[in-house]
Design a binder for this molecule. Structure first.
Ligand code: ASP
Length: 610
């Protein structure tokens, strides 16, 4: 049992296979007692060496694991002396015999044996590595990024790449079975004004003109549907030149999919199937049916369109659009009286929170990132009394009414925020997640997935004073809301869906518009002139005139999925060569300036760095 647990740090996905190469007979992860007395040849890196007088022990590491080598002075003093000379990370080839270890290591699958060495070849030397290449390392983030290839030798990092590989392989297996065809779409495309900022690439052959790198293959996959491909997918790099917020990468990977002649339900079923397949194959877990949660309900109950539904603490309004009646009015508490929304959460069994803890929590919600102006709490004590931070205004009777509205029981704690509704919901959502963390309700190995549906099609942008597509401009409206597109665009719901797992939006997509007139109308609502729409997306609208089938699709954020399956918060460690928070690759030192000659050739006359 213990062996199995430890084994996840190595490559458990590669079953022991027969090597057909000349340099080694076995890997460093496979030899056990059943191979006693076998003559073997191993290759790998010197992880550690210990010199115990007459004996030298070396841990030899490769992708598959670690095997202990033993060199004995009495058996062969010349060989043993050479072994003593080996430095960390030297690459060696060793021949020897599998023998039983007297001092077994139950933490390693190979821990019952060691190799009594009879020959040693140094295949390459190594400088002393800048940090320790073990699960616990002394290397800081910058140093490890600079020497990423060494960091990737560490099992804890490498196993993430192996998980990533398994996820990609299983995704392909599943989609292939469902008759999806993997089609590559171009990487040098055309810049469009919608969405995030594009990365652009100057065209030497067309001076003054630029390609753009795709933010997603959206229009191409739709064109593939027009071409009759029926089911498309691609595990594809996408590029967005956004200001780098924490845990964003300028290039990232999507599992991008599109299907023809399908309803929303067909798509949800197909991709629920994909995710269930991945959970089964990678984690050996079943992930239950995914409920549909309308966007409006998600916002009302969780203040968030990607709620973590592993735990309750749903919002209760004491005053607000869904409150049965205002339970706060008439008591002279100005903050509640002036608020558009007074809402809170009930934290089960947390009435024991001390004054100090509650003050600290109040300071936490008042931080600018959360933005609440304060927090009211009420402890429903186990002796049946209720004490709040607003006792001056609300008596025990009032508080009992609050407790009833929350469905609170003795021992519970109510945390209440108030203010402008959307800001308050946002802050309460953060508080809910924080309390989920503090109460241990968000374990890494428990998963709950759902679909959020019925998003608004459009959102109003104050700055540009125009409607923006909440998803993208190719998303079709829910059919019965079509008439509202002219009269009340803000109320039109999109035929779109997001898959959410544990509070992460892992994928999103929509049923598309497949008709030129409706697409033109959509661009008009979004503030495009007919000429602008034609210049940017004429190719797509023209294609719709040649028998475009009804179609829809979805894209999953592959890096995020990998992080979830690896039990990590950050996507950085599931990417082989990630960029840092400033969008730099510090290993290859990119981006970098280019020569005046190169600039000249590209017809670019600005100085590249000021
Ligand atoms: N292309 C969309 C995106 O990248 C996903 C989709 O609608 O399929 O968000």
């Amino acid at each position: 049992m213990a062996k199995k647990e430890i084994n996840i740090f190595f490559d458990t996905f590669a079953p022991v296979f027969k090597l057909s190469f000349m340099l080694r007979s076995h890997t460093c992860g496979e030899l056990t007692l059943d191979k006693l007395n076998t003559e073997v040849t191993l290759c790998g890196w010197v992880q550690r060496s210990r010199d115990l007088g007459g004996m030298t022990f070396i841990d030899l590491r490769d992708r598959y694991g670690i095997t202990q080598l033993v060199f004995n002075m009495e058996d062969d003093s010349e060989l043993c002396s050479r072994a003593r000379e080996l430095g960390r990370e030297f690459v060696i080839q060793v021949r020897g015999r599998v023998v039983e270890r007297s001092n077994k290591n139950p933490k390693l699958p190979t821990g019952d044996i060691e190799i009594k060495a009879t020959a040693l070849e140094v295949l390459n030397t190594s400088k002393v590595p800048p940090f320790i290449i073990e699960d616990e390392t002394d290397g800081g983030e910058d140093l490890r990024a600079k020497y990423r290839y060494l960091d990737l030798r560490r099992n804890v990092i490498r196993k993430n790449l192996l998980t990533r590989h398994r996820l990609a392989a299983e995704t392909r297996k599943y989609l292939d079975k469902q008759h999806f065809v993997e089609v590559e779409t171009p990487v040098l495309i055309k810049s469009t004004p919608e969405g995030a900022r594009d990365f652009v690439v100057p065209s030497r052959m067309n001076p003054g003109e630029f390609y753009a790198l795709p933010q997603s293959p959206q229009t191409f996959k739709q064109l593939l549907m027009v071409s009759g491909m029926d089911r498309y997918y691609q595990i594809v790099k996408c590029f967005r030149d956004e200001d780098l917020r924490a845990d964003r990468q300028p290039e990232f990977t999507q599992i991008d999919c599109e299907m023809s002649f399908v309803s929303r339900e067909d798509i949800l079923e197909t991709f629920e199937g994909l995710i269930a397949h991945l959970f089964r194959e990678i984690w050996g877990k079943e992930i239950g049916p995914m409920p549909l949660l309308p966007y409006s309900e998600a916002m009302r109950k969780y203040g968030n369109d990607k709620p973590d539904t592993r735990f309750g603490m749903t919002f209760v309004e004491l005053k607000g659009p869904t409150a049965e009646k205002d339970l706060t009015a008439g008591k002279g508490f100005r903050i509640f009286d002036e608020a558009g929304l007074v809402a809170g959460i009930c934290v089960e069994g947390a009435a024991g929170y001390t004054r100090k803890q509650l003050d600290e929590l109040t300071a936490w919600v008042k931080r600018p990132q959360i933005g609440a102006s304060g927090m009211v709490y009420a402890r429903y004590n186990t002796d049946g009394t209720i004490k709040s931070s607003v006792d001056k205004f609300y008596d025990e009777n009032d508080l009992k009414q609050w407790a009833a509205a929350f469905g609170a029981r003795e021992g519970d704690l109510l945390l209440i925020l108030a203010g402008e509704p959307s800001k308050t919901r946002k802050a309460l959502s953060e508080l809910r997640l924080e309390m989920g963390n503090r109460q241990g309700l968000r374990p890494m190995d428990t998963f709950q997935a759902l679909w959020v549906v019925d998003f608004p099609l459009l959102e109003w942008d104050e700055e540009s004073a125009r409607w923006h597509a909440m998803h993208h401009p190719f998303t079709s409206p829910v059919p019965e809301d079509l008439p509202l597109l002219d009269s009340d665009p803000g109320r039109v719901r999109a035929n779109a869906y997001d898959m959410v797992i544990n509070g992460n939006e892992v994928g999103g997509g929509s049923i598309r518009i497949h008709n030129k007139e409706l697409q033109q109308k959509m661009f008009k609502v979004l503030g495009f002139s007919p000429e602008e729409a034609q210049a940017q997306f004429g190719f797509l609208m023209d294609a719709f005139e040649f028998g475009a089938p009804p179609h829809g699709g979805i894209a999953f954020g592959f890096d995020r999925l990998c992080a979830i399956f690896s039990g990590l918060d950050s996507i950085r460690d599931v990417i082989a060569f990630p960029k840092n928070n400033s969008g730099r690759d510090v290993m290859i030192d990119s981006p970098s300036v280019i020569s005046a000659e190169q600039l000249h050739e590209l017809g670019i006359s600005i100085s590249s760095k000021s």
